[in-house]
Design a protein around this ligand. Structure first.
Ligand SMILES: *Cc1c(COP(=O)(O)O)cnc(C)c1O
Ligand SMILES: [Zn+2]
Length: 436
């Protein structure tokens, strides 16, 4: 241990712990895995936890850190010197009452937390602000990720704002245009890899180890810390009264792991008095967590295929953390097929809220869990919408035009062709519109 005399900088009040073997590593160790191959958790000492009153007071503050929906909770996320913080006022997303969607899924009431309202249009910004801040704290100048789209969009933006070089690995032809265009626009060096996300993920890990580039996938434990703030913000939105359920989609499983970790910490610190249960929803074509959870065994990777490209992941990095979090929160996992996802999406969109396909797995999964009696109709439920509607305009237009390959357009709202004459338009309007 260093003393006050020989320590130029003090140790941070956190360290890293391996999820597999329990081995401890220094908080500032430059590694994303333990020597045993296990993923790492950030373990906080929490020397100075905030009170609810302090967190609420920060909502009225004009300080940049207080105005961020991540750094408002900084003592619980990443206690580092403010000069390293790369923030774009992320978080602060809406928690919407969605009665029409509630009816669709069979609930009396439903709130939707719209993470698509983050600066680059997905919850990834919450993790990225923490990850890029840590890159600066560690003196790294280059960052990289493999991505189904939103991680690269977010990393490219935060790296550009922080003056870091960004390197993005994306699976060729498997990323929505809204996301690819962001990575290019923000100036990331973008490599299209032949193969799927899981192949790109393996490649980027090897490149980062080899070339001294900082890896910003959700295997990075500090990204998980930033993403905890979704749960913190939901609880603060609800005046610190825990809902019965929080429901979210699962792909690489960083977000569900983060939610469970953060809620557990809130309860341990006495900021909430009970834990919400967590429901993770997977696409049926990318369901290795669902299969592992049902059989109570280790995860077996699958080859993933779903219209919800953000969760088209067959070999999720954070599965062990996620299963641990589900055990701690008495959580459940379900799966929904692509038809259920696109129809749920049409409902979320038509409610005036709107979200990308993977986000709407949340709503499709809720419908299933209510129908199966897992979630009671009068339960207090918060669903997380993870990404913005405009991330994937192709799916929207094809759905409403009835041209989605292999899928029905149950709630289509097709554009109508009409001659540019008043009489024609009048006749059309008077004929009315079929109910949707
Ligand atoms: C990344 C992402 C997910 C999946 O989150 P994981 O942490 O990988 O499980 C879901 N929806 C959207 C829109 C995403 O960008
Ligand atoms: Zn280990």
């Amino acid at each position: 241990m260093s003393t006050a005399h020989d320590a130029p900088t003090s140790d941070p009040p956190f360290h890293l712990r391996c999820v597999e073997c329990g081995g401890d590593w220094p908080g500032l160790a430059l590694r994303s895995r333990c020597d045993c191959g296990g993923t790492l958790d950030v373990v906080h000492a929490f020397p100075d936890p905030p009170s609810r009153a302090l967190l609420d007071a920060r909502l009225g503050s004009k300080q940049p850190l207080d105005r961020s929906g991540v750094w408002r909770y900084r003592e619980l996320i990443l206690p580092v010197e403010p000069e390293f913080v790369a923030t774009r006022r992320e978080g602060n997303t809406g928690l919407y009452d969605a009665p029409r969607v509630a009816t669709y899924v069979g609930l009396d009431a439903l709130s939707l937390k719209h993470e698509g309202e983050n600066p680059t249009g997905s919850f990834k910004d919450r993790g990225m602000t923490a990850g890029v801040t840590m890159a600066r704290k560690l003196g790294m100048t280059r960052v990289a990720c493999a991505s189904t789209g939103n991680t690269s969009a977010s990393m490219a933006a935060y790296a550009a704002a922080a003056g870091l070089e960004a390197l993005v690995f994306i699976p060729e032809g498997k990323i929505a245009y809204g996301k690819l265009s962001q990575a290019l626009a923000y100036g990331a060096r973008t490599l299209q890899i032949e193969g799927d996300f899981d192949a790109a993920m393996k490649l980027v890990q090897a490149v980062c180890d080899d070339e001294g580039v900082y890896l910003l996938n959700s295997i990075n434990p500090f990204r998980i810390e930033g993403q905890k703030a979704i749960g913190f913000e939901i609880l603060q939105d609800l005046d610190w009264r825990a809902p019965d359920w929080i429901v979210l989609p699962g792909g690489n499983l960083g977000n569900s792991s983060a939610l469970a970790k953060g809620l557990g910490e809130l309860r341990a610190l006495g900021l909430i008095d009970r834990l919400p249960r967590i429901a993770v929803v997977q696409a049926a074509g990318a369901n290795p967590l669902y299969t592992a959870w049902r059989a109570a065994r280790d995860l077996v990777p699958v080859r993933a295929q779903t219209i919800a490209t953000a969760i088209q992941i067959g070999d999720p990095v954070s599965w062990r953390k996620c299963l641990r979090g589900l055990a701690e929160t008495d959580g459940v996992v379900t799966e929904v097929d692509d038809q259920a996802i696109v129809d749920a999406k049409a409902q979320v969109d038509a409610a005036g809220i709107g979200a990308e396909p993977a986000s709407c797995a949340t709503v499709a999964g809720l419908k299933r869990l209510v129908a199966e009696g897992v979630i009671a109709p009068d339960a207090h439920v918060v669903g997380v919408l993870t990404g913005h509607l405009l991330k994937d305009p192709d799916v929207v237009v094809h759905y409403h035009q009835g041209t989605l390959a292999g899928l029905r357009s149950t709630f289509a709202n097709a554009p109508v062709r009409v001659r540019g004459e008043l009489d024609e338009v009048r006749r059309l309007l008077r004929a009315g519109r079929a109910p949707r």
